[in-house]
Write a protein that binds this ligand. Structure first.
Ligand SMILES: Cc1ncc(COP(=O)(O)O)c(C=O)c1O
Length: 382
């Protein structure tokens, strides 16, 4: 059978005929432990081991969506990032990381990796030569995030994958903002793909989860580490994640349409000084985005002309769009990186990244675009 389409994989994983009398919806196996034959040498089933059938199935489905050999679902996006890196790095190793990353990931590298003897050097990913220039003999891996939080910068993975391949580094990519509907990093030369499944994959803002996909050896190592460090996903959360993933393709199509509609409206609004959206020709990476992404996504960055006071006033006046961290759910959410995703790196850190205070990160939900825009418009109004 030829590879089924992405939406089919999102509904069924890799489909096969169900036996008679089977439930159409996979049941939740909400059990911490499982019986096993007396005297057996086989691996026991225990939910912390990641071999609970409900949890395993959702990891397999993620691999099918990313076009990877294997996948695993874990207890958060941060767990996915931490375990994926620990699977490829050892004390004494050096990591080259993009400077344009989620603040929580940057904190993990800064506060924890040093303690583990893993050094991290940050690279300006728009200066492709830096990947080679800043490498060391001990470099083992490259980490990038694309499109990035919150600026929606889109990286051309091709040249970065080339460096990784030439030098034998593992290339890890956090593609949370895209979801596998809009971008599948493995098709562009990545070895490991990481997602916060809390966001688009689940899509309903009711689960914290993360996923990692890559080759079988990598996923075996992530699984081994997860068993020891303890970030297994609960079966109920896995079941909800699977339910969310079934509608991923249609949801993301609507997020893409709404993102574009909101970005176009915002770019014409006099109270908005700058709009960050890769679908707009004014975006610095529009050409890369148009060439490599299957959709521009639902994330829009807004800089209001009036700075922080205007941003706070705007946020207080919103009715439909809720002021909350996180993104990628069916409902539109808005937040400021200065007190959420990029709080920990401080004002200087944000300024260096080009995130001014007063920057607003909007996650366009799947409501009617006209209603989202009407709410934004009234909140900006006089
Ligand atoms: C790009 C990106 N990666 C990883 C994470 C961490 O995910 P989680 O909150 O599921 O741990 C986030 C959270 O906002 C994110 O935006």
């Amino acid at each position: 059978m030829t590879q089924p389409g992405l939406s089919t994989r999102a509904v069924h994983g890799l489909p096969g005929r169900l036996p008679d009398w089977a439930p159409v919806v996979p049941p939740i196996v909400q059990s911490a432990t499982f019986t096993f034959p007396v005297g057996s040498d086989e691996e026991v089933l225990y939910t912390r081991y990641g071999n609970n059938p409900t949890v395993k199935a959702v990891g397999d489905k993620y691999a099918a969506l990313e076009g990877a050999e294997a996948g695993i679902a874990v207890s958060s996006g941060m767990a996915a990032t931490a375990l994926a890196h620990l699977a490829v790095l050892r004390p004494g190793d050096h990591l080259l990381a993009s400077r344009w990353i989620y603040g929580g990931t940057e904190r993990l590298f800064q506060d924890e990796f040093g303690r583990l003897g893993i050094e991290v050097t940050y690279v300006d990913p728009d200066q492709v030569r830096q990947w080679r220039k800043l490498a060391r003999a001990s470099t083992r891996a490259i980490f990038v995030e694309t499109p990035n939080n919150p600026l929606t910068r889109v990286l051309d993975l091709g040249p970065i994958a080339q460096v990784a391949k030439e030098r034998g580094y593992a290339l890890l990519v956090d593609a949370t903002f895209a979801s596998p509907v809009n971008f599948r990093p493995i098709e562009h030369g990545a070895d490991v793909v990481i997602s916060s499944a809390t966001k688009y994959l689940n899509g309903h803002s009711d689960v914290i989860a993360g996923c990692v996909a890559g080759d079988v050896t990598l996923i075996e190592e992530v699984t081994r580490l997860m068993r020891l460090w303890g970030q297994a996903l609960d079966p109920h959360a896995a079941w909800l994640l699977d339910r969310g993933m079934r509608t991923l393709d249609v949801r993301v199509a609507r997020h893409n349409a709404n993102g574009m509609a909101v970005a176009e409206w915002a770019s014409r609004h006099p109270a908005i000084a700058r709009v960050h959206y890769p679908g707009l020709e004014t975006h610095p990476d529009h050409e890369v985005a148009a060439r490599t992404l299957d959709g521009f996504g639902g994330m829009v960055g807004l800089e209001l002309a009036g700075g922080v006071p205007a941003a706070e006033r705007f946020l207080r006046r919103l009715r439909l769009v809720s002021h909350a961290p996180s993104l990628g759910g069916v409902e539109s959410l808005v937040s400021e990186p200065r007190n959420t995703s990029h709080k920990a790196i401080g004002a200087e850190g944000r300024a260096a990244l080009g995130i001014p205070d007063g920057f607003i990160r909007l996650s366009c939900g799947i409501e009617d675009a006209g209603d989202i825009i009407a709410d934004l418009e009234q909140a900006l109004g006089g």
